[in-house]
Design a protein around this ligand. Sequence first.
Ligand code: COS
Length: 378
Amino acid sequence: MYQLSDELLMLRDTVRRLVREKIAPRAAEIDAKGEYPWDIKELLAKQELLGLPIPEEYGGSGAGVLALCVVVEEIAKACVSSSLIPAVQALGAFPLLIAGNEEQKRLFLPRLASGEQIAAFALTEPGAGSDAAAMATRATRQGDEYLLNGGKCFITNGGLADVYVVFAMTDPQLGTRGISAFVVEKDRPGFSIGKIEDKMGIRGSKTAELVFDDVRLPVANLLGREGEGFKIAMGTLDHSRPGIGAQAVGLAQGALDLAVAWSKQRVQFGGPLAQLQGIQFMLADMETQTEAARGLVYRAATLVDQESREINKFSAMAKMFASDTAMRVTTDALQVFGGPGYMRDLPVERMMRDAKITQIYEGTSQVQRVIVARSLLK
Ligand code: COS
């Protein structure tokens, strides 16, 4: 199955301490203000936690996707918004790792690994959500350049990122084989940021619309070959979905820990809630589901690190099972708290709001089921 090495256990302990001392005390404020936590991004960069899946030759630590998952899980136990910082840095780096040429890797990856620059991954459009191939953004070749027109929506780090990996149609006649991937730097003329979203959860993470109006891109900004964009996007998601699974596991564990502590301390009917079998059964189910989700997430991450051919199915199963678990466990944790849990004074309502997005972004739970079923039936 999976096993955390001594190095990963040490990494987990270091991050656990960092989260307890520096991140957990900021979580409620980050959510309430809805502001990107620049201080925490700097902290994670200083601890060299933004380049975990990037090989050492490109400035990262080369620790891999299982290491990324361990880190994301620990941060998400206390603050999901902050856990997005390493997760989305990886999401933006994966297309470069998968399809970038040597020059592109050397140009972009070291600055992402160090945190000097922030990355974003731009696939979704108003008319292309689950059906990612239905995108309308066009890139038209003109001599040594591409002219990019259209827009993207719901882009994490939109407006904050320095480097965007953008997917666009280069030949609409070819469907998924007519999509190409480009690196778009933030200061390209014609590139602007549209609406900034006001979200239910992950409020410390910025989500924005991107607008491309005759943006000129040199051919050197094409990732892979023309027409390979859809495979690059799907391959990227196969690499990144365990990270969302890890975020969901962290959320579930964080909420469960709070529910256990509350059940021992809260007195009703003459004794602690924990004496009631109705509560005990809920806690037992939450623990079992969380541990099962963790097993699947670590397994998927290990397979990604091993460059297994099975990552498509395992990443989908891990993300689906863990995010559905996070939604159930945070909902039940709030139920254990009762009325006080519904109030903004306690973190459990934030966790329930934050859990919802894990069932939606990087492919809905329904899309993950499509992927698993296709891999069984092909
Ligand atoms: N890795 C590499 N190639 C892949 C792939 C993967 N994981 N998945 C599909 N492909 C290839 C297929 O092999 C096929 O190639 P050929 O043209 O050579 O046959 C091509 O891509 C098209 O694949 P498919 O027919 O499966 O594409 P669909 O349009 O049916 O899309 C789903 C499949 C629904 C799975 C896809 O659109 C998806 O994942 N949607 C969710 C997108 C998402 O996660 N959005 C969130 C935004 S990112 S935060």
